[in-house]
Design a protein around this ligand. Structure first.
Ligand code: UD1
Length: 353
């Protein structure tokens, strides 16, 4: 059988890695199409190298643009490609514009569609990612859910019969890389050896695109008690420059977006994480580090139990919470045991055989 993966943005490369390895083990023909949504070396190529992902079979080079232009560009470019490749199914990941475009292109050509990381909901219809997830789940023939909560959302929306719970493939990668970097003594960029620090990322449109909101976030981070290593996404850098906001004030220590092993190492060594990223909230939880999330809600609700993750939409808690101690309570394993990719690959193969 022939499976085509569509990826374009940083978190998708991370999810692709264990899937590509699982397909190779099952000796399934697997093609990779990179949409080009993320194109900087440190947002894209570095992940393929570090996570030993085979090179894409095709790169669409779509690049940045408004949501309509980006989504539409990918959709139009995939039409002839899918027709020629004639896959048994198309696999899309997560919630980006590349996900939705890949989903639409597949269903329009009556090609089977699988959505990995199905059933996540923020219930915030202003987030572009929320439209992308809901629409993709409803278009998919097979919804692969990472958690019980995701399964419940799918069931409530009438998609239960197409859904299979496989666990979270990001756990597979996160644990492998954690074990790889555990013994190394590589420095953390931006801070001295043994200096306590917080790790921060801010990239979501709702936090970066309003000058007052972004100024308030940077002001809070700059006044925390320890250095804040700020792994700056290109969107953050460009908005900060546009609004004339400093990324170096006070405790801020801006660095380029981190390669995945560097990110895992930085989380493990940090005193806490402050973020609006979905993936990083969960990585902090998996790696046993307290996280403060600058959003009104999270799709990864399991991280909130016992205070591992705290939501701070109005920036009233970050000052007190960012450096809170590690909670005493056990975390359990709501995201699975690190073998989700093989379960996902087997679910796909059995659906189409
Ligand atoms: C996208 C996803 C988001 C995901 C995030 C991870 C959508 C709607 N959003 O957001 O769900 O959490 O990726 O990073 O798909 N840029 C560069 N170089 C790059 C990539 C982007 O400079 O390699 C700049 C461009 O100016 C672009 C901006 O970053 O306009 C935003 O990129 P875009 O792909 O639109 O969305 P992200 O904010 O990265």
């Amino acid at each position: 059988m022939r499976i085509v993966s569509i990826v374009g943005a940083r978190p998708q490369f991370i999810k692709l890695a264990p899937m590509a390895h699982a397909f190779a083990q099952l000796e399934v023909e697997h093609k990779i199409i990179h949409t080009g949504q993320h194109y900087d070396v440190d947002m894209s190529d570095a992940f393929f190298q570090d996570l030993q992902i085979p090179d894409p079979d095709l790169h669409l080079g779509v690049g940045s643009g408004s949501h309509g232009v980006q989504t539409g560009g990918i959709l139009a470019a995939l039409d002839p490609v899918f027709t020629e490749m004639a896959p048994d199914c198309v696999l899309v990941y997560g919630d980006t514009n590349s996900t939705l475009a890949g989903a639409l292109a597949a269903v329009k050509l009556h090609i089977g569609l699988v959505h990995l990381e199905a059933g996540l909901r923020s219930f915030n219809r202003r987030m572009p990612e929320e439209h992308n997830r809901v629409l993709t789940d409803h278009a998919a023939d097979l919804c692969l859910a990472p958690t019980e909560v995701a399964m419940q959302h799918l069931t409530r929306e009438g998609l239960g019969e197409r859904a299979v719970m496989v666990g979270d493939v990001m756990v597979d990668v996160c644990y492998q890389v954690r074990d790889m970097v555990a013994q190394d003594s590589q420095p953390i960029e931006g801070v001295a050896d043994d200096e306590p620090f917080l790790l921060a990322t801010i990239h979501r449109a709702e936090n970066t695109d309003d000058p007052q909101r972004l100024a308030a976030i940077l002001e809070k981070l700059a006044h925390l008690a320890v250095p804040v290593v700020l792994a700056a996404h290109p969107r953050l850098r460009s908005r900060a420059a546009e609004f004339d906001l400093s990324l170096t004030a006070g405790k801020l220590r801006p660095v380029a977006p981190l390669a995945y092993p560097d990110m895992v190492r930085a989380v493990v060594r940090s005193k806490g994480v402050v973020t609006d990223s979905g993936g990083l909230q969960k990585e902090a939880f998996l790696l046993g580090v307290p996280c403060t999330t600058l959003r009104t809600e999270t799709e990864w609700v399991e991280t909130l139990e016992n205070g591992w993750n705290v939501l701070d939409p109005d920036l009233s808690r970050v000052n007190d919470e960012a450096l809170r101690p590690v909670p005493a309570a056990e975390r359990g394993a709501p995201y699975g045991n690190g073998h989700a990719a093989m379960a996902a690959a087997e679910a796909i193969v059995s659906h189409w055989s």
